[in-house]
Design a protein around this ligand. Structure first.
Ligand code: TRP
Length: 334
């Protein structure tokens, strides 16, 4: 086992400058753990970002902040490559190629395209439509074995697999066919105001969303106001979606099982449980927030990280792109 090459995991993140507690507990904390067992390549998807309009200054600021958050949450540059997508031009280059190996019909079936074209009806650009080809390029450039994704991105990974298999079949094996990786740990964190909806940073009602940047008072207030049922017993059960969600969060942060939580709060109502969940979350976020603040005060260090990580990623991406170009029949520069 020791001498075997570690399998490679690839993931990319939107660069909105902030993450939710849901992103953290449901995905990123898991990606941090994966660093011990896999060779991880992580990046900020700033090329994808412009499929919707971005203010230039905001995009710049948010990309920097997203990078700092990922480091603060535990992405370790001793183990992992963390880069910014636009620093590695091979992403755009391979995306063009894959556009020509993906069918209009396949892209038309993507549910995220359908949703987003409804949300941004005034700007249904071609990039929004071919977004999955860029995402396939992200994955295939690094010969990734696994892509940890939530339900909303699974269809895109399936498309990347189809395109990889198609290209490999037309020429010869070129791309590793990636598999979606569904996390073993990690909760699906729901909105505190509507526990049937995923916690989201684009929710109109921010009372339902805990941001990594929320201060202790905001976190306490949001948990105290969380929607729950009326029977006041801390028990994990059907019909108690609000409490189930709070129990998931508490379990995720403290490591306690549902039974342990039920025992801990036996005879105590939601009035005691909600602040306890808030306190646990506040304690969990405190060191992340402190490290984030420290990093944001050290822009020179962040810029050095960008500069060191881009070439590491580019080296891997370039090797794949060269193979692709050769197989297609392009004349390579000597
Ligand atoms: N589309 C992903 C999202 O919206 C981000 C992303 C871009 C991504 N490229 C990727 C995720 C490659 C995994 C692998 O969250």
């Amino acid at each position: 086992m020791e001498n075997e090459r570690k399998k490679r995991v690839l993931s990319m993140y939107q660069c909105t400058g902030t993450f939710t507690l849901g992103n953290y507990l449901g995905a990123i904390r898991n990606h941090v753990r994966l660093q011990d067992d896999y060779e991880c390549v992580y990046a900020l998807a700033d090329l994808h970002a412009i499929t919707v309009r971005q203010d230039p200054a905001e995009l710049r600021k948010n990309t920097l902040a997203s990078y700092a958050y990922l480091l603060a949450m535990g992405i370790d540059l001793e183990k992992t490559i963390l880069f910014i997508q636009s620093h590695v031009p091979e992403h755009s280059q391979l995306a063009w190629v894959l556009n020509c190996y993906t069918q209009f019909g396949e892209l038309s079936r993507m549910t995220q395209f359908k949703d987003k074209s409804q949300q941004h009806a005034d700007n249904i650009n071609a990039g929004l439509f071919t977004y999955p080809c860029l995402m396939a390029a992200d994955i295939l450039l690094y010969q990734a074995d696994f892509v940890p994704v939530g339900a909303d991105q699974k269809q895109h990974v399936e498309l990347a697999r189809d395109v990889a298999e198609r290209f490999n079949g037309l020429y010869s094996p070129t791309f590793t066919v990636p598999e979606p990786m569904i996390p073993k740990h990690g909760a699906r964190v729901m909105s505190l105001q509507d526990p049937t909806k995923k916690m989201s940073k684009s929710d109109e009602n921010m009372n339902g969303t805990i941001l990594m940047s929320d201060d202790p008072d905001a976190i306490m207030r949001k948990f105290k106001r969380a929607k729950t049922d009326s029977d006041s017993v801390v028990r994990y059960a059907e019909g108690k979606e609000g409490i189930n969600n709070l129990m998931e969060i508490y379990s995720c942060v403290t490591g306690k099982t549902m039974e342990e939580i039920e025992r801990e709060f036996e005879g105590k109502g939601y009035g005691e449980f909600k602040p306890a969940v808030a306190e646990a979350v506040i304690d969990e976020l405190r060191p992340v927030q402190a490290e984030f603040a420290r990093l944001m005060n050290d822009k020179a260090y962040l810029e050095q990280c960008f500069a060191e990580n881009a070439p590491k990623a580019q080296y891997l991406a370039w090797k794949t792109l060269q193979k692709v170009m050769k197989k297609i029949g392009y004349i390579l520069l000597k």
